[in-house]
Design a binder for this molecule. Structure first.
Ligand code: GLN
Length: 515
């Protein structure tokens, strides 16, 4: 399939959405590469705490799309939500820039700015992500819906080209070492600024090109205010939207609160994680409570739930990329890559790179297998995805088992891990999305996508918990403790370190500003 034929076969609007999403993912993944290292090195958090913040942040990024989808459907429309989400994310990155600028002088303010930044990005992502994906679908008239699989493969490439660029540029400017090999803890801000710029470019691309290209085949604008939809948008199922009884809604609220308390107090999860898990379960139950469901519909929904459940474990393992795997890359890896010391935050780039290389071969493979009548069924592909991610960790576990405290893992093992995980992702991620689309009764489609995204969110929260149990080899507090210094007390200014202790801290790369 040459590029030319793809271009001819797809509306130009796809390329505008491709470009917008590419810059947005640059901003998101570029920041994700730096986030935990910034929290640990500049904001002086423990690795465990950084992993938990990371998981909660990612989880909330996949909870807010429910809100973004709802506001878009009812009030603002896709276009406004994309503009709003893009602007919010750019502002969020600027707040991170501010946090990374003020931290040496005012750690408390820096932390407040960081939390505010993550909050703004979470809402920005919630407005942006569901709306840009659904616009891809609406570019195609009904008779051309068969092109959607290819359209989404192209779009997934855009996502990963963006991720690749972000994970290259942001670490290059933000994760740097000085001549003495000590991390420059002031540099993170440049990474966040690069992310802010990327998001601004993405938003501008959309702003300037949307009217010309993001249109129906007849040239009418797509994704305007909800009241501006034309009749054909409403033909399918809009008249029979899900309509829950007041009793079900009240029961759902009670269930949400009850489950939240259960996760928090009985299972010991933090408030955000409890909220994420409780929302997924509540929404899943609420949909099943609808009396209009037929037996077949109910069975299909149960299949979606089973798939959603397993997907949780995939993302929990996959999203170690920005936490435990980054810490391992930072503290326990020989990152010599063809003679160049790769910044630790950049090692995760191999995921995006391999997706770009393998997405098309994978879709050709499925097409070929389908033509021969051998294509595995969707749950089989997903099981394969899960198996691959498990294999990738067995390989790492095998290679780290004899390293001890001072041995280094060769970077090739992390690259192999990302290669295997990417094959798993390509078996599981796009297939899951289309499976939900195929099995959902029309009137519940967006809510069931909500459940599916909430299962991603739960996976991310679980990723935070898993990441937090990694023994903290690079943890400054632990390192300082081994040197006989109570770093927390030094930071709290309840203890004044001696000159000798200061030198010890410096020799062990424990940052200067707090000494
Ligand atoms: N990497 C993809 C993206 O950023 C998929 C993530 C997901 O589905 N959880 O959009």
């Amino acid at each position: 399939m040459s590029e030319q034929t793809v271009k001819q076969g797809h509306p130009k609007g796809l390329w505008v959405l491709f470009g917008t999403e590419m810059w947005e993912r640059f901003n998101f993944y570029g920041m994700r590469a730096l986030l935990t290292l910034f929290l640990v090195n500049s904001l002086m958090m423990k690795e465990e705490e950084a992993s938990l913040i990371y998981g909660g942040f990612l989880g909330l990024c996949y909870l807010t799309p429910m809100l973004g989808g709802f506001i878009s459907d009812r009030f603002l429309g896709n276009r406004n939500c994309i503009m709003l989400g893009g602007s919010l994310m750019a502002i969020g990155q600027l707040l991170l820039f501010a946090s990374a600028t003020v931290f040496p002088n005012n750690l408390e303010l820096a932390k407040t700015l960081m939390y505010a930044a993550l909050g703004v990005i979470i809402f920005g992502n919630g407005f942006f992500k569901p709306n840009i994906s659904s616009m891809v679908g609406s570019l195609y008239p009904k008779q051309e819906k068969s092109k959607l699989d290819t359209a989404f493969t192209i779009f997934y490439m855009g996502i990963n080209i963006g991720a690749f660029l972000g994970q290259f540029i942001c670490p290059i400017v933000g994760d740097v070492k000085d001549a003495g090999g000590m991390r420059d803890i002031h540099a993170f801000k440049w990474g966040f600024l690069a992310a802010a710029l990327a998001m601004t470019i993405g938003t501008a691309v959309f702003f300037f090109l949307k009217n010309k290209y993001v249109v129906t085949p007849e040239g009418k604008p797509l994704g305007g205010l909800p009241s501006g939809h034309d009749a054909s948008d409403f033909e399918e199922g809009e008249a029979q939207k899900a309509n829950f009884s007041t009793t079900s809604l009240i029961v759902a609220v009670i269930a949400f609160v009850g489950l939240g308390f259960l996760f928090h107090y009985a299972v010991g999860q933090n408030v955000i994680y409890s909220m994420i898990y409780a929302s997924g379960l509540t929404l899943a139950g609420l949909i099943l409570s609808d009396k209009s469901l037929t037996k077949i519909e109910r069975d299909r929904i149960l299949v979606i739930y089973i798939v959603s459940f397993f997907v949780i474990f995939f993302w929990a393992a996959f999203e170690q990329a920005g936490s435990s795997l980054t810490f391992i890359a930072d503290n326990q890896t020989d990152r010599n890559f063809f003679g160049w010391q790769m910044p630790p935050s950049m090692v995760q780039i191999f995921n995006g790179l391999f997706v770009v290389m393998l997405a098309v071969p994978f879709s050709i493979l499925w097409d070929k297998l389908r033509a021969k009548g051998n294509e595995p069924i969707s749950p089989m592909k997903q099981a394969f995805g899960l198996l691959l991610i498990a294999v990738s960790y067995f390989i790492i576990a095998y290679n780290v088992k004899d390293l001890g405290n001072s041995g280094l893992l060769a970077i090739k093992w992390l690259i192999l891990l990302y290669l295997i995980q990417t094959c798993g992702e390509l078996c599981l991620s796009p297939i899951g999305l289309s499976l939900v689309g195929k099995l959902s009764p029309k009137r519940f489609a967006s809510l069931l996508y909500g459940v599916f995204f909430l299962s991603n969110a739960s996976g991310y929260a679980l990723a935070g918990t898993l990441g937090s149990i990694l023994p903290a080899t690079g943890d400054k507090f632990k390192k300082a403790q081994e040197l006989g210094i109570d770093l927390q007390a030094v930071l709290d200014k309840t203890v004044t370190p001696t000159a000798e202790q200061l030198k010890l801290l410096a020799d062990n790369q424990i940052s200067a500003e707090y000494r």
